[in-house]
Design a protein around this ligand. Structure first.
Ligand code: SF4
Length: 81
């Protein structure tokens, strides 16, 4: 298991808080989360043991739901609906 970079985690939290303050969506729909999960399940950069992304160290069962989060390799669909 990789420990997430605290700076990147703080930046991501800042994005979520900014989105919430603007009244923007902070959680994606179930369909988008399912699609993201499917993409990650096929990705060689997913650690199957910890279910983390080895590019950004995010824990994927949580990350796929966060609207401000992006796949570091651009593999997720563009929509965050
Ligand atoms: S977030 Fe992107 S790079 Fe990371 S495991 Fe998922 S598809 Fe792969």
């Amino acid at each position: 298991m990789q420990i997430p970079n605290p700076f990147e985690a703080a930046v991501e939290l800042g994005r979520v808080l900014a989105a919430a303050a603007n009244g923007d969506r902070i959680i994606v729909s179930k369909d988008t989360a399912k699609l993201r999960t499917k993409v990650c399940s096929l990705c060689p950069r997913r650690d199957t043991g910890s279910n983390q992304c080895m590019e950004c160290s995010c824990w994927l069962p949580l990350a796929v739901h966060v609207a401000t989060k992006k796949c570091p390799l651009g593999k997720w669909p563009v929509t965050n609906a």
